[in-house]
Design a protein around this ligand. Sequence first.
Ligand code: MF3
Ligand code: CO
Ligand code: CO
Length: 287
Amino acid sequence: MGKKKKNHWRIIPGCELTDMDRRILEAEQRGKLVPTRELIKTPEQIEGIRRAGVINTAILDLVGERIKPGISTLEIDNFVYDYTIAHGAQPAPLGYDGFPRSCCTSVNEVVCHGIPNEFEILEEGDIVNVDCTTILDGYYADASRMYVVGGKTDPQRQKLVDVAWQCLKIGQEVCSQPYVYVGDIGHAIANHAHKNGFSVVRDLCGHGVGLAFHEDPDVDHYGKRGHGMLLVPGMVFTIEPMINMGTWEVFVDEDDGWTVVSEDELPSAQWEHTFVMTDHGVEVLTH
Ligand code: MF3
Ligand code: CO
Ligand code: CO
């Protein structure tokens, strides 16, 4: 999560203005938050992030095959680590700001950043987010999915999982063309969550990604249309709505300093993809 700041779009001296230059300059003149050139990836960088995404997706598929009642969240972490290393990659969470494991496992009322633990045994009906980020050749891809342990849960938790997925898809649809704003995404996501009687976590956001784990811009999952950063072709970012059954407020577990829990300890669900904005809208890099 970064702080919001105003940037100034840099023109390349001696080059004719491109369509993108013009659109960014025009937005900036209207007081909009625009990206810096550093946030625009080259085609080569995008291919690198895509390759990291292929491994990351295979890991999340593997989690889907192996997660079942009786498994501990540490066992999940172990095979995430092993698969990542076996494929010549690194798990980004391990050692990130002191995070001790290779992925985040967030069960039921845990919103995100749950730490895999040998004593946490999954039970039938638990809803679990597994969030993996893979570094390959220096490129980062970040995605997470919800898993329903044993395949069946109660109708309210199932609805929460489904609505959180719909929120991600709605964010993606908002980005079906370039030059939309981050606030357009948040506005649409929050609208869908609220319509279904759920709330949107505000303390954590999506983010730019690719050359580092967390880059600009912040991608809030609530907000106002036209606010937040302009999204232009070449930008790579996540959308990762955290949707709560009760209040949107959260607290961080004091003992481990990581685990984010809903304030009322009602269930929470999240899905995440890494996207690249193109001339025709976003493409998923973590399919
Ligand atoms: N993967 C998370 C995200 O989507 C970040 C986890 S940070 C960690 O941004 F240190 F907890 F791994
Ligand atoms: Co992320
Ligand atoms: Co993530």
